[in-house]
Design a protein around this ligand. Sequence first.
Ligand SMILES: Nc1nc2c(ncn2[C@@H]2O[C@H](COP(=O)(O)OP(=O)(O)OP(=O)(O)O)[C@@H](O)[C@H]2O)c(=O)[nH]1
Ligand SMILES: [Mg+2]
Length: 488
Amino acid sequence: MSFWSSTKDVLSGRRPVGAVLGAAVKGYRTIRVAVMGSKASGKTVFLTALASHLQDHRPTEFPLGGRIVTWDRDAISGETLHGLPRFSYEEARAFLARGEWPAKTTATSILALRLLIEDKTGRQENVQLEVVDIPGERIADFAMKGRSYRSWCRWMQRESATPAYTAYVDAVKKAGPDDAEPLFAAYRDFLAQEYVNGAPCITPSAVKLGIDGEKRGGSPAAFRAAIDSVPVGFTDGKGRVWDFVPLPESCFEKGSPWHGLIKRFARGYDRYVATVVRPIADWMAGAEKLFYLVDMLSLLQQGAKACDSERQYGEAAIGALCPRRGSALRRLGRWASGVLWQTRIRAVYVVTTKADCVWSRTNRDNLVLLADALLGRALRCVDRTRVSTCILPCAAVCSTKERTDGQPGLQGPIPDPAQPDARPALKKWRPSDVPAVWPRSSEEWEAAIADGTFNYPFAFPWFDAAQICLPRQLNLDILAEALLARED
Ligand SMILES: Nc1nc2c(ncn2[C@@H]2O[C@H](COP(=O)(O)OP(=O)(O)OP(=O)(O)O)[C@@H](O)[C@H]2O)c(=O)[nH]1
Ligand SMILES: [Mg+2]
């Protein structure tokens, strides 16, 4: 990279002085990418398939506007990077190669690779790619980034305008400020109610991640009993519990008897944010690209509550990470901080995953329309003079093929719930069409679910023997090219 283009990058706030100097010394460009999305949105599969295609790059099948000359994970030594354990790439890839999906993520990790990329003119560039994989539950905590305890309480009250939250607030007022225990019990009841209603996100996320997998996917009663055993917060290395629950705005009034509890909860909240939320949120805010993954098909199948929760937490996460539209003064402040410390997110890609589970172009276009209706407001709040935005359907790993018998629809390996250990049999089916708009009311939605209107069977990964590590994909190549491109 020339001296002049580096200087331009620094002056425009595109890259911090430290990054430019660091790159000049180290001889490579660092690309930091934030991959976000709620649980089971497809982040780990996306990351694994992406790394696999870069590792065994075939420019004809996976055009990147160039080719990967070398792929090296060992060039970056150490079991951790930026304080995060390294992503278990081999393990995740072995799942795909066996025709299975990777296991659910329970802890944040980082995938870091060195690549030597050659563009079409033959110019070569060394790149260090860093991508973090989070358990999707963590997304529920991003609203805490940059918010004090009190403003988080306000946010909860505004965003969780549900009968369950109203019942929680009533229980808080009834219990009073003398004892915290009834408040924790009431908040756990609220979380259990959210779980029953199908909300994929629960905050603080440590509650959900703290219970084991079986209980996490178990019955509502098992879930309620399980969350009794974990703090509404976290336990630090010295065994000290830092817990908190949100309080209604009326508790914060001057001279209120809630003052003591507010102080205690604010301490727990601050420690939780500093220990659990901020390290990962700051890392992600310092990334230059954000890939926000969202699984429209599961949302259609789950109903209004899941969709509201996805919108609420998706907006909070995109808002917490991206520069927002604002006054000239705020823009100046951001420019200064960009020059001195961190790069900022310059591109947001909303990726509607599992697009191989629908068939026809129209259905895939409708996935984009649904995503725009769901997260368009969040994207419109982003400072578009600095950040580009795009919505794209994608299948990181195609598990289906078009039917070959002349009938409309798909075929693929579908597991039999009665025999979960048996090899999935190849089946043919016609998935439902994707609507161009979300159902208008929750009643309409429930009726549609009851009628089986949203039927998108989830198949297992399906490869030809020769493709084992290069799964068929849809638009992953376009996203990979965007991921590696310079944001000029
Ligand atoms: N058909 C199809 N299914 C996919 C694809 N990607 C993910 N899936 C399905 O979605 C499930 C979840 O994918 P993951 O990548 O584990 O999701 P995640 O976002 O990492 O989830 P957490 O680890 O819980 O945060 C998989 O087990 C698959 O069933 C895809 O490209 N095509
Ligand atoms: Mg995962």
